[in-house]
Every structure is written in C-alpha cells, then in structure tokens.
Design a protein around this ligand. Structure first.
Ligand code: MN3
Length: 208
C-alpha cells in the first residue's frame, strides 16, 4: 500500500472559532502531509508494502530498526483518526443518552470523565496524544495518553477518541494554553457519533 493524505471530513473553517482555518492549513496540509510523504519514503524496501496501515504500524512498533517508519506511519494513522474525532456539530451537546450512560458507568459522571481526560492530556509531558480507549480484554472504557506517535492499538486497546496535544495542534489558536484547548475540544468539537460507531464495531484487533 501507499499512504495517502485523506481530505478533511469538513471545510477548513468549519470549526471556527474553536479551531481555525489557519490551524488546519498547517496541521493537515503541512504536518500530516509530511508524515505521509516521509512514511512512504521509509516504507520502500521494508517488505511491509503489501500490509495494511495498522499491520505496518504494529510490525514497526516491534522493530527498533523501524522507529522512523513507526513514527511517520503512526502519526498518519493518529491524524486521520483525529480528523474523524472532530465535527462542527460536535461537543458536549452531541453526546447521546446511551453514550452518556456508558461514560457515567466508566467514570462516575461526564464531569469526572472531563476532569480526567483534561488532566491526562495536560499531564502528557511534551508531545503526544490523549485517548479514550476500550481495553480489548476487559471491554472497559479507559483514558490513557501516548507520547510522540504512540497509538493504543499496539497495547491491546481500541482507540475511541483522541485529542492531539502536540503544540502544533493548538499553538495558533490557544498559544501555550493546552488546558484551554482540551476543554474547548470536549465542549465544542468532539464527534461523539463517531465514538459511538467505534464502540458498536468492537475491539480493533491488528494481526501481527
Ligand atoms: Mn498533530
């Protein structure tokens, strides 16, 4: 396969004022595009060319000689996933009653979920990602963070929602205020219908 940059699933200015057109012009057209280009370059000659993106990421995660390929392929996966986690019609008001009940069951309440999600995103030192995941073994919802290009499906967890906490995700719109960015992400941008569709699909299991 060849990695391809997916189009944003909404207009560049669709999430304004919470995430600007300028942010997407850099974040999607420059940062994500660069991971795709570099990933394609590093894929050549690895013997992984016929595999799916998830299989390539898993193989590279388990091979220290392929750290560059892992970083670029996983960043491609993470960004493609992140765009789908955003919606102009998203945010707290888009949370269905059934999903709200699942969140209450896992975390006690939406406010407790929010507090933990924000704290996890803010507590990720340096670059990385905050995630809502489903543990494949227990089926439980959990909040985790990964550093740099890390992606939870290499650890037996199914990604359900992610917030990019690399500075390039928020510096144009929020400067250094990561907590404000993550709160705004939850309040105005989360595509909960997408999260719900992933829960319905069940565990993402990638063959080694
Ligand atoms: Mn990013």
């Amino acid at each position: 396969m060849t990695f391809e940059l997916p189009a944003l699933p909404f207009a560049y200015d669709a999430l304004e004022p919470h995430m600007s057109k300028e942010t997407f012009e850099y974040h999607h057209d420059k940062h994500h595009a660069a991971y795709v280009a570099k990933g394609n370059e590093l894929l050549v000659g690895t013997g992984l060319e016929g595999k799916s993106l998830e299989e390539i990421i898993l193989a590279a995660a388990n091979d220290s000689a392929k750290i560059g390929l892992f970083n670029n392929a996983a960043q491609h996966w993470n960004h493609s996933f992140f765009w789908n986690c955003l919606s102009p019609e998203g945010g707290k008001g888009a949370l269905s009653a059934s999903l709200a009940a699942k969140i209450d069951e896992a975390f006690g309440s939406y406010d407790a979920f929010k507090e933990k999600f924000v704290a996890t995103c803010v507590g990720q030192f340096g670059s990385g990602w905050g995630w809502l995941v489903m543990d494949n073994a227990s089926g439980k919802l959990e909040i985790v963070s990964t550093s740099n290009a890390g992606v939870p499906f290499t650890q037996g967890k199914t990604p359900l929602l992610t917030c990019d906490v690399w500075e390039h995700a928020y510096y144009i719109d929020y400067r250094n205020a990561r907590p404000k960015f993550v709160e705004s992400f939850l309040e105005h941008m989360v595509n909960w219908a997408y999260v719900e569709s992933l829960i319905a699909k069940g565990p993402l299991k990638v063959a080694a």
